[in-house]
Design a binder for this molecule. Structure first.
Ligand code: SF4
Ligand code: SF4
Length: 406
């Protein structure tokens, strides 16, 4: 019996609708044809059970030529781009970067976007940061640091390290405190560094993962113009999202520099740092692996090496650790979708994580991503028995141990 023409097309390409066919044009999209429908992706997804179309069902809908049904519901915005599905997939399908991000792009094109996300994207376009803060105040966090944090446009000399501070580490009150701590550590190590200050723009990675590829490219190009004005040997980032963008996404736009997250950078200098860590911090410390340092980039040990270099620290591991770490809820635009996610889920991923820290009797929950501190600190106020849990950036813990040295 002869197959109908539409079915012939489906057999040849695997999928028939325009979204699916556009995915077929790129290699990572074509890999979707290798899906086994094992549902491991949806099983590990922290919000999979709340999505109308978690990853394996989305692929199933594509196979059936029914992708418009996926676009007809808004639960795709529950995806926090945490990389858990991409990591577990036995067919090695790039689900987070490929399928989920492309589907969000389609959602944006149809105008189906929660208002809070829309506002963050507009802020990013207008001010160069998602918080809507004035660019001229980007370096205000550094005002009281001694010796002064060098701003490249002012010092007018080459430096070894360009420190890309990032949005939340520049503007959010807790992020600013962590940036001040990191500046103190860099100063104690006599690192020759400088920041861009008002010339820095958002790295754009979370906007990209929320489907705004054009905005990501615009922000990357602005940063590239700023980088091009100065001489430096490598870029240091506070934020794992900025690290991911500079390491894995900017090179495709012709913007390529050696880059390190600050935990890697400091772990590489532990021979000089460790003798300075003299004040004991007697505490059980749990470390939260950020998605874009851990799963997306395979960096698990450097933050732990820094923590165990602090005298008195006893490192304890939570139930979900390293590759199985649970997202704080801030990735993939999650920082700007709290209201939407609360309406759908009535819980926060950060609360699960704080509960896990309590379960292992941690005194301190250590973080290395500026998204995490406010999220976990909020969660300590709502999780029973968590009021004693202190949330600290690793840079803050290092300064606490350095402080007796004066
Ligand atoms: S884990 Fe991979 S192979 Fe399994 S259903 Fe998901 S996409 Fe398909
Ligand atoms: S990236 Fe994370 S949140 Fe998004 S679909 Fe995959 S597992 Fe779920």
């Amino acid at each position: 019996m002869m197959a109908a023409p539409a079915m012939e097309a489906a057999d040849a390409a695997g999928f028939t609708d325009s979204f699916s066919l556009s995915l077929e044009e790129v290699e990572e999209g074509r890999r979707i044809r290798a899906c086994l429908q094992c549902a491991a992706c949806s099983g590990i997804c922290p919000f999979g059970y709340l999505m109308d179309f978690p990853p394996h069902k989305m692929i199933s809908a594509m196979r059936a030529g029914m992708f418009e049904k996926v676009m007809g519901v808004d639960s795709l915005w529950l995806c926090v781009s945490c990389y858990a599905c991409a990591q577990i997939c036995p067919a090695q399908i790039p689900l987070t970067n490929g399928l989920m991000t492309r589907a969000k792009e389609e959602m944006l094109l149809t105008g189906s976007i929660p208002a809070e996300l829309q506002e963050a994207l507009e802020n990013s376009q207008r001010y160069g940061n998602a918080l809507g803060e004035p660019p001229r105040r980007r370096a205000d966090w550094a005002m009281d640091i001694e010796p002064a944090v060098p701003i490249l446009s002012k010092i007018k000399r080459p430096v070894e390290v360009l420190w890309f501070v990032g949005d939340y580490a520049s503007y959010h009150p807790r992020g600013r405190q962590a940036s001040q701590a990191l500046a103190r550590v860099l100063n104690r190590l006599d690192v020759d560094y400088g920041i861009l200050g008002p010339e820095e723009n958002s790295d754009g990675d979370s906007q990209r993962l929320a489907g705004e590829t054009g905005l990501f490219e615009m922000l990357a190009e602005k940063n590239a113009r700023a980088f091009g004005k100065y001489e430096f040997e490598e870029i240091l980032t506070t934020d794992p999202h900025a690290f991911n963008a500079l390491k894995n996404e900017y090179p495709a736009l012709g913007i390529s520099y050696p880059v390190a997250h600050y935990s890697q950078f400091l772990a590489g200098r532990l021979d000089r740092l460790q003798p300075l860590l003299t004040r004991e911090i007697p505490a059980r410390v749990a470390f939260h692996d950020p998605c874009y340092l851990g799963r997306a980039n395979g960096i698990y040990e450097d933050p732990r090496r820094l923590l165990t270099a602090v005298p008195g620290v006893e490192l304890v591991e939570m139930l979900h650790t390293r590759e199985t770490s649970i997202c704080c809820g801030g990735g993939g635009g999650g920082m700007w979708l709290d209201g939407f996610r609360w309406e759908k889920a009535h819980f926060r991923l950060s609360e699960i994580r704080v509960q896990e820290a309590i379960d292992v009797r941690a005194d301190i929950l250590a973080v290395t991503c500026p998204y995490e501190m406010p999220r976990f600190e909020d969660a300590t106020k709502t999780v029973t028995g968590a009021k004693h849990l202190v949330v600290k950036d690793i840079a803050e813990l290092l300064v606490d141990s350095l402080i007796e040295q004066g």
